[in-house]
Each structure stands twice: as structure tokens, then as C-alpha cells.
Design a protein around this ligand. Structure first.
Ligand code: GDP
Length: 289
């Protein structure tokens, strides 16, 4: 079954024609724009493919499909999607604005890790809303992780992060996932809070990863959000959520090229098992067919 973000439907007419002609190029451009590759990347892909088609003097749409697959895969593979989690404990800060799927992602990521034999503790360093802490606790439990909650509502987030890491060190836990606040109303406050959490944690131990969770359905808005976090939180990897509900598979390439930060995990559903590592080859195979 085709995934919602697959281009195979949009490209069907194009690849069913006998020869590459002007309409082929128009169709390709439309398909890439509609899939949210963004106009710069669309232009550069189309230019590269036109050049290749000319160079190899082909008129066969199947050759064009292969070239499209190759160029997308080559571009996506320019950044390394490997998670660096060898430290013990490996401390991961999870950042992003509310609603993108941060809580769910932490639960899914915990599950991803515990099924691979790693022990996980979650730190509830978004201490502002008690309901959010309880929701995180539910997801941590589903993921097979323990949780360090704030001792009182509104406890300094940095101190919760500190206590979580201390507990991980004491109990010999492999991975620490720190949830952080995502209230966008107070952007500068939020960025200051994140910077403080980061500073305190860095005094205690090295940070293995800072993962920014982005909602794939938000397109260019998501990119604007990403920039603030990249500037203030030292993001090392992206997690794209809600790819299952998005027609915008091209966002995957555009977010990676525009931020220069690798996508490390992809969320494709609301269930505990709906998170995978990011594999350009598999992704492009699903995208192009
Ligand atoms: P947070 O505010 O960032 O912590 O967001 P939540 O984790 O509470 O998620 C917000 C909503 O997005 C919930 O309804 C989740 O079920 C949903 N969600 C999260 N990840 C995904 C995903 O990969 N696919 C889909 N379809 N929904 C998701």
C-alpha cells in the first residue's frame, strides 16, 4: 500500500508516457512542489535531472525514474543519521514546541531502545503542567522506561534533569531521555530555559544528542521553528513526526538540506511502535516506488 507521502501516484502519469517530453518536466516539477520539496530544491533537482538526461541522451521515462531515485538518495545520505548513544548513561535532550508529538516520541523512543536491550529513564523537565507530567509518565511506562518526576509543580527544569542523570548514574541506566518545555508563547523564555537545562547538564556530563521533534505536516512553519532551536539548543538530530498523516514527503529532504542537521528518527503513527530510524534508501524506495 502506498504511504500518504509517496510520490508514486503523482508520478504515475509521467512514467506511463512513452518518452520524456516538456510535459514530463512540468509534471515532475508540480509533483515535487506539491510534496513540499520547496522551490529551490525542486529547481535544483529538475536542473540536475535535465542535465543527466541530456548527458546520457535518453528519452526513456524509466531512466528518469532511476535518476530521480539516485539523486534523492544521494542528497538524503549526505548527512549521517546514526544516533550517538554509546556513553553510559547517554543523555538525550528532547526539544520542540508543544503539539509536535514530543511526549509520544519519548515513549516510542524508549520502546525502540528497550526492545534493543537498553535501559531507559525519562526525566520530566517540563515541570509547568502536572497533566503533561502524567501523560509523559504513561508513555514512559508503555515504553518500558522509568521516570523521574518533578518533586513539586514548577520545580526548576534544570534540577529535574540533574536529578534524572544522577539517578541514572546511581542505578546504572543506559539512556536518559530528558523531556523539555515547549510553550511557544514565551519564545525567549523557552530558549533561556533550554539553554539553562543544557548548561547544567553539561556541567554534570556530556550530552549525547539534542533531538528536535518537528511535525512533518507543518511544512515551512516547521523550518522557522527549527531555526530558533538550532540556534539556542545545539540540535544534533531531527525527529520528524506525523509523516503518516502527511502528503509532504518532500519536507524530509528540504528540512535536512535547509538546516544541515540529519534526520535521525521518523514517527509514522500514534502507536508505541510507530517510530523508526531514518534510512534514505528505504525512504526513497517508498517515495518513488
Ligand atoms: P507534545 O505536545 O509535543 O508532547 O505532543 P504529543 O506527544 O502529546 O502529541 C500530540 C498529538 O500528535 C497526539 O494526538 C499524538 O497522538 C499525535 N502524534 C504524535 N506523533 C504522531 C505520529 O507520528 N503520527 C500521527 N498520526 N500522530 C502523531
Amino acid at each position: 500500500m502506498a504511504t500518504p507521502w509517496s510520490l508514486s501516484g503523482a508520478l504515475k502519469g509521467m512514467f506511463s508516457r512513452k518518452t520524456i517530453d516538456d510535459e514530463t518536466w512540468d509534471d515532475l516539477e508540480d509533483a515535487l512542489i506539491t510534496a513540499d520539496f520547496g522551490s529551490d530544491i525542486t529547481d535544483s533537482i529538475v536542473a540536475e535531472l535535465r542535465e543527466n538526461v541530456r548527458k546520457y541522451s535518453t528519452t526513456d521515462p524509466e531512466d528518469l525514474r532511476r535518476m530521480l531515485r539516485e539523486t534523492l538518495e544521494e542528497r538524503l545520505a549526505r548527512l549521517d543519521p546514526t544516533l550517538t548513544l554509546s556513553a553510559r548513561p547517554a543523555v538525550v535532550l528532547v526539544v520542540g514546541v508543544n503539539g509536535v508529538g514530543k511526549t509520544t516520541t519519548i515513549g516510542k523512543f524508549a520502546k525502540f531502545l528497550t526492545t534493543r536491550g537498553r535501559t531507559v529513564i525519562v526525566g520530566a523537565a517540563d515541570t509547568f503542567r502536572a497533566a503533561a507530567v502524567e501523560q509523559l509518565a504513561t508513555w514512559a511506562e508503555r515504553g518500558g522506561a522509568s521516570i523521574q518526576k518533578p518533586q513539586q509543580q514548577g520545580q526548576d527544569p534544570a534540577s529535574v534533569a540533574f536529578q534524572t542523570i544522577e539517578r541514572a548514574q546511581r542505578e546504572g541506566v543506559d539512556i536518559v531521555l530528558i523531556d523539555t518545555a515547549g510553550r511557544l508563547q514565551t519564545k525567549s523564555g523557552l530558549m533561556d530555559e533550554l539553554a539553562k537545562v543544557k548548561r547544567v547538564v553539561e556541567k554534570q556530563t556530556e550530552i549525547a544528542e539534542v533531538l528536535l521533534v518537528l511535525d512533518a505536516t507543518t511544512g515551512q512553519n516547521g523550518l522557522a521553528q527549527a531555526e530558533a532551536f538550532i540556534e539556542h539548543a545545539g540540535v544534533t538530530g531531527l525527529v520528524l513526526t506525523k509523516l503518516d498523516g502527511s502528503a509532504k514527503g518532500g519536507f524530509v529532504l528540504s528540512v535536512q538540506e535547509k538546516t544541515g542537521i540529519p534526520i535521525k528518527l521518523v514517527g509514522q503513527g500514534e502507536g508505541i511502535n510507530d517510530l523508526t530510524g531514518f534510512t534514505p534508501h528505504v525512504f526513497v524506495q517508498n517515495l518513488i516506488g
